[in-house]
Design a protein around this ligand. Structure first.
Ligand code: DP6
Length: 350
């Protein structure tokens, strides 16, 4: 049967500054999280859709980086089944999904945020097109964020550019545990030029998946404390972003990285994701900051790689330090020169 349409979205990865770690109910966060959306690390997902007669459930073929990928196929399959409960039109379609990441799988960069958000954007777009639903851009993005969250928590933040908040925060109107919102209008211009140098310490597979790690928080003795600390750090980081306060930004961001890894260390079973080179880089950065008084910060995701965050006005000095001192500690000298981004873009619709 002839295909009836095609849609493709590019959606970026994001780096969490206040971390989402631990869940409640259906994919809701223990505490609010805040991220910065990236530019260079993204996923492009294209879907060609064809009508079918058997209306029981959606069917799909998936190519990931041009190849079959069973692990990813299972994840996508449960995601599409969840989405089809609300968008029954998907049950009468066959989807040919082609998804590619801008960054190599071996870069050790989590791809679930960019891939699940690009997929959510495509599925919502298809539903609206076939059903003739007209949504404002704001409603479209909010709904896409809601859907992306059901696939992967951090994916709901990738639907927006700049700085993004996910999680109910009393002080912030319209904030919700169910979807993310943009903080763009509340950010001092100092932060709008932020770069993220992603220093690849190791590209190996993680010893534990994020989903398994989140579950261990249910029994972590520091769970309630982590939730409270995450909550107050989110409020304080929003103030730092508003006021252009880089020192406060740094204090919170670096604490959050340490606290996240402390949760890994105190889980049962415990796990260690940092490597010796991670600590060596952190020590070098601290020394460099003491020597120069330059205002930059670093964070870690659930892995050994370092995200080095800094503004445009010190780029020259940071690049020179990265090249002369840090690259030697990266795996095969690998690092990604990324920066704050504008969020997803629709790249094809037919
Ligand atoms: C450490 O969003 O990957 O990167 O919701 O189970 O898919 P699932 O988990 P995921 O967790 C991300 C955890 C983190 C911190 C963050 O991005 O906030």
């Amino acid at each position: 049967m002839a295909r009836i349409g095609k849609v493709a979205w590019r959606s970026p990865s994001n780096i969490a500054l206040v971390k989402y770690w631990g869940k409640k109910e259906v994919q809701l966060p223990l505490n609010p999280s805040i991220s910065m959306t990236l530019t260079q690390c993204y996923t492009e997902t294209a879907i060609e859709y064809t009508p079918r007669d058997d209306l029981k459930h959606p069917t799909f073929n998936l190519l990931f980086q041009g190849e079959k990928n069973v692990f990813f196929e299972n994840k996508i399959s449960s995601f599409i089944d969840v989405i089809a409960k609300e968008f029954s039109v998907l049950n009468s379609l066959h989807l040919d999904i082609n998804t590619t990441n801008s960054f190599p799988h071996s870069a050790g960069i989590a791809s679930s945020a960019s891939s699940l958000s690009s997929l959510a954007l495509c599925l919502l777009y298809i539903n609206n097109k076939i059903m003739g639903v007209n949504m404002s851009e704001a409603d479209f993005l909010r709904k896409a964020s809601f859907m992306a969250r059901l696939g992967s928590g951090s994916a709901c933040r990738s639907v927006f550019g700049s700085f993004v908040l996910w999680g109910e925060t009393v002080e912030i109107a319209n904030s919700s545990d169910e979807y993310a919102i943009s903080l763009t209008s509340q950010v001092d211009e100092k932060f709008n030029s932020y770069y993220d140098a992603i220093l690849i310490v190791s590209s190996g597979e993680k010893s534990i998946s994020s989903s398994q790690g989140h579950k261990l928080m249910d029994f972590n003795p520091y769970k309630d404390n982590r939730a409270n600390v995450g909550k107050s750090n989110a409020i304080n980081l929003i103030n730092a972003l508003k006021n252009g306060d880089e020192k406060m930004f740094r204090d919170i961001v670096e604490f959050e990285a340490a606290n996240l890894h402390a949760m890994f260390l105190t889980s049962n079973p415990s796990f260690i994701l940092i490597k010796p080179e991670t600590l060596q880089i952190i020590n070098k950065l601290k020394q460099f900051r003491d020597d120069t008084n330059l205002e930059f910060s670093f964070t870690l995701d659930a892995g050994p790689n370092i995200h080095l965050l800094y503004s445009e006005d010190i780029r020259h000095k940071m690049l020179s330090f990265i090249k002369t001192e840090l690259i030697e500690l990266c795996e095969n000298g690998k690092w990604i020169d990324d920066k704050i981004g504008i969020g997803p873009i629709l790249i094809d619709s037919q």
